[in-house]
Design a protein around this ligand. Structure first.
Ligand SMILES: [Zn+2]
Length: 380
């Protein structure tokens, strides 16, 4: 256990009468490797997941995500409702079929966007008020007044058939816009838990970007019910894994940092990390490799017959050379970010597998040190 790790009590899900599908196979410092069982297949952790505000990635389809080895999707249903309208979303009874994705889905209701609305309105709508019961806002499309509560948000996600549900949670409202009330925060969490109707859908409590840090975070997390947490940012302190038994609470992180930030998140005890860094870098002509970052803006010999990363098993590296990708990028062809996205996603999937193996072999720190040597900053 590192000095800055924090400890928090283990919640025994099985004795609480809940399903305990997350089995931790090995610990290495704060990191852990495990397997989580869902109705749509297992997740081997630590794992990389793709995130999108509008379901699906701009460059790739679900078949391509499966091909590169992405295990799960994070779907923000607010992104869907912005485009289709709330009534259409309510009619989606099978989100897996709707998206053409057969793997696990982590469903959120876009709490960050809803709580980020202003009183004066904006492109995503207008915040009308936050009461003890829920949050009311005007939809950006037609101004329809909508109220979302812990119960209604969970019911919507459960009805869609998601495998993980992150209901709306009062603590995600910025501290400057609410009166601190830990008891009311806890009540919202307990209301969501009480409203749960499917025990094959894991309930993850959203932990906001501005979450309290340090030892106080431990008691905050322990006080929450649920099967796990969905962090909006990586806390300064690590989460100590050793205080949990073989069936621990699942920890998801939305983090857009690059390879080092991903590796550090795994080292800090996160089981599943979603990031848009792979596709964002692809749009900028940047490829992640296990020899360091490669930019398509760099000069290259036209006689070079090498792929971006020799030995990489991805479709892009098996079929295209670096000069051709550079040509596509310079010509601003849409194929360039697509092919780079395939490679970059493969990189993150491979990185997650390497980190998992390193945890199982008790050598994670040296693996992370190697990533830090190649990618000196966590945001690169
Ligand atoms: Zn590749």
């Amino acid at each position: 256990m590192r000095d800055n790790d924090i400890d928090f009590d283990y919640l025994d899900l099985e004795s609480a009468g809940l399903s305990a599908p997350f089995s931790i196979e090995a610990f290495c410092g704060s990191a852990r490797a495990g397997t989580l069982t869902t109705n749509h297949g297992p997740l081997q952790t630590p794992c990389f997941t793709s995130a999108s505000n509008a379901a699906g990635l701009p460059e790739l389809g679900p078949d391509e995500l499966r091909e590169v080895g992405v295990q799960a999707l994070v779907v923000n249903t607010a992104g869907l409702s912005h485009h289709l309208g709330a009534a259409a979303i309510a009619a989606v009874s099978d989100l897996h079929r709707f998206l053409g994705w057969g793997g696990p889905i982590i469903g959120t209701v876009g709490s960050e966007q809803i709580f980020g609305l202003t009183d004066s309105g904006g492109v995503h709508g207008r915040l009308l008020g936050v009461t003890e019961d829920g949050v009311t806002f005007a939809d950006h499309l037609d101004g329809t007044r909508r109220t979302m509560t812990p119960e209604s948000s969970l019911a919507m996600l459960e009805a869609m058939g998601v495998d993980f549900a992150v209901p709306i949670y009062r603590a995600q409202l910025k501290p400057s816009r609410r009166t601190p009330d830990p008891e009311l925060d806890r009540q919202w969490a307990e209301r969501a838990m009480a409203a749960r109707s499917r025990n094959d859908c894991l309930l993850l409590m959203g932990i906001p970007i501005h979450a309290i840090q340090g030892p106080a975070l431990a008691s905050f997390l322990t006080s929450l019910p649920g099967d796990g947490y969905a962090f909006a940012a990586r806390p300064v302190t690590g989460l100590n894994a050793r205080s949990e038994g073989p069936n621990g609470r699942f920890r998801h992180l939305s983090d857009d940092s690059g390879p080092l930030g991903f590796a550090q998140a795994v080292q800090g005890g996160f089981d599943c990390i979603s990031s848009q860094a792979a596709t964002r870098a692809a749009r900028a002509g940047l490829a992640f490799t296990f020899a360091g970052p490669v930019s398509l803006a760099d000069g290259v010999s036209l006689l070079d017959r090498q792929p971006i990363e020799p030995g990489c098993p991805c479709y892009t590296c098996l079929n295209f050379t670096w000069p051709y990708l550079q040509h596509l990028h310079t010509a601003q062809e849409l194929l360039a970010p697509r092919l780079l996205a395939i490679h970059n996603l493969t990189f993150f999937v491979t990185l997650a597998r390497r980190l998992r193996t390193a945890i199982l072999e008790a050598r994670l720190d040296s693996e992370v040190e190697e990533i830090a040597r190649l990618y000196p900053t966590s945001g690169s």
